[in-house]
Design a protein around this ligand. Structure first.
Ligand code: UT7
Length: 340
């Protein structure tokens, strides 16, 4: 059976940096509150919120280019694309096909994953299954988000809009039959749909109406339906329970212990959540990587963005044991354990 190995990784964020002070000019908030509650100092937002060029697929494309360069592969070498996002360019089709066109790949398959903060973990797990089965050899896995176009920057939305940022990360998962390389050792994926409305964007969707309401009664669609809503405390409590569970589950599955981990990369939801999990697992400071301070929560992009930076900074070396874990909207959660 083939093993899945990371052949290359890259990331990309829009140039424009938005600080906490910048946000305090738009809504009643302040640097102190945001840092204390979330750890976030700044995030990247595309320059113009209504820009139709720097889209989610485009950010994914730039990250994919960097990942291909890092893997010393060309787009023609890819045989499948998996694209995780909650902020696609269109309601449909998904971003995967747009990326296939931007990269100029052959007519390879392109799959979109809709699992929000856990999107990248789900996408990587699907890619791993395809590789192990022998179906594909070089899969491009992308997580990308443009949040800035769809956030409520008024006081009503401040509990959500200060958290999210734009960005993208991508990696190429390659099939290997080298006996000395283990690659992905174990994965797990979970969901609990009864909490769907604790963190969601309701509109547009078949449950909350579509053209009748927007075309005939434009005012009938409320801000609550258009913008993301989050029961922050409730999400927080579930996150700090599910993170340790999924990490222990994936370690057990592979016959490993917390002490064996060289690096843990949590989905960058909130620095307080990461620190809570670190403490609970008794993980030394140098064995966890966080970059939410610079990027905010970039949902499906947060894990590849952090993994890419950790590798770039030499904090992860070939052969290291790495765990990626995520929790978020759905609720969904899961982990990937691999030797880099
Ligand atoms: O990635 C997907 C998964 N998402 C998460 O994991 C997020 C989990 N939740 C969280 O990270 C936290 O719940 C938040 C950061 C969202 C909020 O932090 P909190 O400590 O739970 O604050 P809170 O919602 O309980 O609000 C505390 C106070 C409230 O004022 P009162 O009612 O005490 O007067 C809020 O109105 O802070 C107020 N507040 C703000 N103040 C300044 C809410 N947002 C802001 C803001 N600036 N941006």
């Amino acid at each position: 059976m083939y093993k899945s190995v990371i052949a290359g990784i890259g990331h990309y964020v829009p140039e424009n940096i938005v600080t906490n002070d910048d946000l305090s000019k738009l809504m009643t908030t302040n640097d102190e509150w945001i840092i204390e509650r979330t750890g976030i100092k700044e995030r990247h937002h595309r320059k113009n919120r209504n820009d139709s060029e720097e889209t989610t697929a485009y950010l994914g494309f730039r990250a994919a280019e960097n990942a291909l360069r890092n893997a010393k592969l060309s787009a023609k070498d890819l045989d499948f694309i998996i694209f995780a996002t909650l902020s696609p360019d269109y309601f449909f089709p998904g971003c995967g096909v747009l990326l296939q066109e931007m990269l100029g790949c052959e007519t390879i398959g392109a799959l979109d994953v809709r699992n929000q903060c856990s999107g990248f973990v789900y996408a990587m797990s699907v890619a791993n299954a395809y590789i192990k089965s022998g179906e594909y050899k070089n899969i491009l896995v992308v997580g990308a988000e443009v949040h800035s176009f769809g956030l409520d920057f008024s006081d009503a939305g401040r509990g959500v809009s200060v958290i999210f940022g734009d960005g993208a990360g991508a990696l190429i998962l390659k099939a290997s039959d080298d006996a000395n390389i283990n690659g992905i050792l174990a994965t797990n994926l979970h969901s609990e749909g009864k909490y769907a409305e604790e963190l969601c964007t309701k509109f547009p969707g078949s449950k909350f109406g579509w053209s009748d309401r927007t075309l005939l009664e434009p005012d009938a669609v409320s801000a609550e339906e258009i913008y993301p809503i989050m029961n922050g405390n409730f999400v927080f409590k579930h996150a700090v329970t599910r993170f340790p569970e999924t990490i222990m589950e994936v370690l057990d599955k592979a016959g490993k212990r917390v002490e064996d981990l060289d690096m843990f990369i949590p989905h960058q939801a909130n620095l307080r959540i990461s620190q809570f999990v670190q403490k609970k697992l008794n993980l030394p400071e140098e064995n966890i990587f966080n970059n939410i301070q610079k990027y905010g929560n970039t949902t499906a992009a947060s894990i590849p963005l952090a993994l890419s930076e950790a590798i770039e900074q030499g904090k992860i070396k070939r052969g290291d044991l790495v765990c990626l874990s995520a929790f978020g909207s759905g609720f969904t959660w899961g982990s990937i354990l691999f030797e880099y």
